[in-house]
Design a protein around this ligand. Structure first.
Ligand SMILES: [Zn+2]
Length: 345
């Protein structure tokens, strides 16, 4: 998806998890400029220049959900990884069968249905996508509100609120967590599962994922909203954080994570590995990996493109610029020949 210069951008100078300044990590340079920042305290990475909330609402309604409808199949209920995870959580924390439970971004309703099978009686979902809600309602009687969580009229209090792969999509996670806190009594459980260690190109260019979290970022986010972190489980694919609403003092994290994050990004992008001088690095993306290569700076760009296509059988995605002149002061710069091209699938 092309980010034309008419897309309205808003400046977000602060980390949504702890309010500290975002330091400039990377600049996406096309007809528009999008700066990507990193929080030195918690390692959070997100856009400093971000399309407005209204623009994203339009994007989700018209592009994202439509794109999904084409491939969405109404599969019969299966006990997948998320159903197993939610079962582990309710067992581990001894959540009572009559507890009030809300899933944020309940999708096709699978995990709620699983809880119902386990004997839970007071379940509800909130989900912005109409066709997912309709599909969930055909399969079960669990009440589901069709609205974004931030705007949904919800019947508080909830003893457990959980979500799988939602928090990286929301516009402002601090607003979401604050609303959770308003909906929960003291001792209520809040559980988020988000992606972990996505490819660097996914972090920078996959438009629907607005936030890259670390365990420190999630801890900061929850602590600032009045939760105490009970457990944080980290795998190569996901971070699961389980917190409990608790009157507690705010904790500020000071980890010096900017340099570590920049080194990680440079390493994954191959910056600093000199094969040619001067040069550009060209990239394309395959799911889950940072795929790339390097071509000399000496040839005209059409010839690069042809050579790349010939060797790699994939279209060029972007150029990570190292030795060629930078247009910004960002330590990493990705240049596009026209509009910035974000990935949406
Ligand atoms: Zn932070």
């Amino acid at each position: 998806m092309e980010i034309e210069s008419s897309v309205p951008l808003m400046v977000n100078p602060a980390c949504p998890c702890d309010g500290n300044d975002l330091l400039l990590l990377c600049a996406l340079m096309g007809r528009a400029i999008i700066r990507v920042g990193c929080c030195d305290s918690c390692g959070y990475v997100g856009y400093i220049d971000k399309p407005t909330r209204e623009w994203f609402d339009m994007f989700y309604r018209s592009v994202w959900d439509k794109a999904d409808t084409k491939t969405a199949k109404e599969k019969p209920y299966v006990r997948g990884l998320h159903e197993a995870a939610v079962e582990d959580i309710v067992n581990c924390y001894k959540i009572a069968k009559n507890a009030r439970i809300l899933e944020m971004g309940s999708g096709y309703g699978n995990t709620l249905y699983h809880l119902k099978q386990l004997g839970y009686t007071d379940l509800a979902g909130v989900e912005p996508s109409s066709h997912r809600v309709e599909s969930a309602k055909r399969g079960s009687t669990i009440p589901t509100i069709r609205a974004p969580f931030e705007e949904a009229p919800l019947d508080a209090p909830y003893d457990l609120i959980y979500s799988f792969h939602v928090l990286e999509h929301v516009y402002d996670p601090a607003v979401v967590v604050k609303k959770c806190a308003a909906l929960q009594p003291e001792g209520g459980y809040l559980v988020f599962v988000v992606p972990h260690k996505e490819s660097v190109m996914t972090t920078l260019l996959f438009l629907p994922h607005l936030h890259r979290y670390t365990e420190y970022a999630l801890s900061g986010l929850l602590t600032h909203a009045g939760y105490r972190v009970r457990k944080c489980v980290i795998s190569d694919q996901e971070i699961t954080i389980i917190a409990q609403k608790h009157k507690t003092e705010k904790v500020f994290y000071q980890f010096g994570l900017f340099k570590e994050t920049l080194d990680y990004f440079r390493n994954r992008l191959g910056v600093g590995t000199h094969w040619y001088h001067p040069r550009l690095l060209w990239w394309y993306r395959t799911i889950g990996y940072d795929e790339g290569g390097q071509l000399p700076f000496l040839f005209p760009s059409l010839l690069w493109r042809w050579m790349w296509h010939f060797h790699h059988k994939a279209p060029l995605q972007a150029a990570v610029v190292e030795d060629a002149p930078h247009k910004t002061t960002a330590p990493l710069e990705i240049q596009f020949s026209g509009n910035i091209q974000m990935l949406i699938k």
